[in-house]
Ligand binder design. Structure first.
Ligand SMILES: Cc1cc2nc3c(=O)[nH]c(=O)nc-3n(C[C@H](O)[C@H](O)[C@H](O)COP(=O)(O)OP(=O)(O)OC[C@H]3O[C@@H](n4cnc5c(N)ncnc54)[C@H](O)[C@@H]3O)c2cc1C
Length: 402
């Protein structure tokens, strides 16, 4: 390789200025730590495929700004084969090309060196505290090397960190799901309602959504990789827009203004640190395997890695053993919960072998069970033999049975 070298030495080299990378970069830079934030795209979020729905509290912490907010979401409406379950919520929708760019600019203002159109293509850990990353200019393809003490991988579901066998061995069969997110104009749904569709007719294990934005709505489908290139899933998206009655009535013939697709990791890795290496967000598989949501976890992980990096910089100890504190902090904050979700997801995926409706039944009982009495949970499992399950209390009035 014909590499030139960047003279500057950074405390932390961050690969990927998505949500996890930019939040961490901003927090570290604010503490006076020297940070290089490398982003492969022309600007952050340019190619991010996402529904853009997440909790309001996370938005408020880092992007309380009306120009970044699309809609305030107050209701999640889960459409199930036997009726709807409605949850009150406090969420927002954003466009990732706006949100991610805002976070990256914020990190830059805090003092991080942001390099857009710069892809990390290789890295090396000489010893704990001495790392180098090979960067490539997206336009000229020229390569150079930067050096630092620690690398934070926040480069999404297909991380460069998987070059390390310690991380690569944790990738399992069915590690990734795939999802398409489109922006569609003029969809007639309430501006504060997020709609999520579990439709066995379309996806034995997967779902579709309609999330409102100010002008367009974000619509999409996601499923465990039905085939290697996601072609089959594209057909499902077509059906979702054109043929599946509950959604085709809302989506058919409306202008599609943006089309994107991307991978979703299905399992959180059990080891997310090694000598001078830390993984956060999708790079570590921090996504709900039941719902495909990962934005809140990416922010959480960014926040959790900062004190551990700070401590390593102070003590000069970058060994895997010391960085394990981050693994433990993640486990406490949300890792245990994600593991439970992973077990349920495995069971549900396995249940596909026994019928198209069974995965949705199991998901309903495990994820929405609190909304049903014991008798109604049994009704779900035996649906339609015992009649229509009804969700409890005041929500019954909102059930809209098909
Ligand atoms: C279609 C779809 C819909 C989704 N909808 C939702 C949703 O509504 N709500 C929700 O909570 N979650 C959703 N998710 C999941 C969510 O998008 C991710 O969990 C979240 O983006 C993770 O953030 P991250 O910062 O870890 O990674 P990413 O957002 O993937 O960011 C990684 C960044 O690294 C950059 N990068 C990658 N490789 C390199 C490299 N080698 N060098 C330099 N830069 C690099 C990328 O360009 C990107 O900017 C969805 C995912 C998909 C695919």
């Amino acid at each position: 390789m014909n590499n030139s070298s960047d003279d500057k030495f950074y405390d932390v080299i961050i690969v990927g200025a998505g949500i996890a990378g930019s939040v961490a970069a901003g927090l570290l830079a604010k503490k006076g730590i020297s940070v290089l934030l490398a982003e492969k795209d022309e600007f952050s979020g340019k190619t991010a495929a996402c529904g853009g729905l997440f909790d309001r509290s996370y938005f408020d912490r880092y992007a309380r700004n009306e120009d970044v907010l699309e809609q305030a979401i107050k209701k999640n409406i889960f459409h199930l084969p036997w009726g709807n379950v409605i949850y009150d919520c406090d969420q927002v929708t954003v466009k990732r090309r706006v949100f991610d760019r805002y976070l990256a600019d914020r990190a830059k203002s805090a003092g991080a060196k942001l390099l857009n159109r710069t892809k990390a293509i290789d890295y090396r850990v000489k010893k704990p505290g001495e790392v180098s990353v090979v960067l490539q200019d997206g336009k000229t393809k020229s390569e150079w090397v930067v050096r630092g003490k620690i690398i934070l991988f926040t480069d999404g579901p297909r991380s460069l960190a998987f070059k390390n066998p310690e991380f690569a061995r944790q990738l399992k069969k069915n590690y990734w799901a795939y999802a398409y997110a489109y922006e569609v104009e003029g969809v007639p749904v309430g501006e504060d309602e997020a709609h999520i569709y579990f439709a066995p007719r379309l996806f034995p294990w997967g779902y579709g959504w309609i999330f409102p934005n100010k002008k367009e709505s974000n619509i999409g489908v996601g499923a465990i990789l039905p085939d290697r290139d996601g072609g089959e899933l594209k057909q499902k998206l077509f059906d979702f827009i054109e043929r599946f009655p509950p959604t085709a009535n809302l989506l058919k013939d409306r202008p599609v203004v943006d089309k994107k697709g991307g991978f979703i990791p299905m399992w959180m890795m059990s080891r997310i640190t090694d000598d001078s290496q830390i993984l956060a967000g999708d790079a570590a598989g921090m996504v709900s395997p039941l719902f495909g949501a990962g934005i809140d976890y990416a922010v959480d992980a960014a926040e959790l890695c900062v004190p551990v990096i700070e401590e390593a910089l102070k003590s000069g100890d970058f060994s895997a053993k010391t960085l394990l504190k981050y693994d433990r902090a993640v486990k406490e904050r949300f890792g245990k919960d994600l593991r439970k979700q992973m077990l349920i997801a495995r069971l549900i995926i396995f249940s596909r072998k026994f019928g198209k409706l069974l995965p949705v039944k199991l998901l309903s009982v495990s994820a929405f069970g609190g909304k049903y009495s014991r008798w109604n949970k049994i009704k779900i499992l035996f649906y339609p033999l015992l009649g229509i399950p009804r969700s409890s209390e005041k929500l019954t009035a909102k059930m809209d049975h098909k």
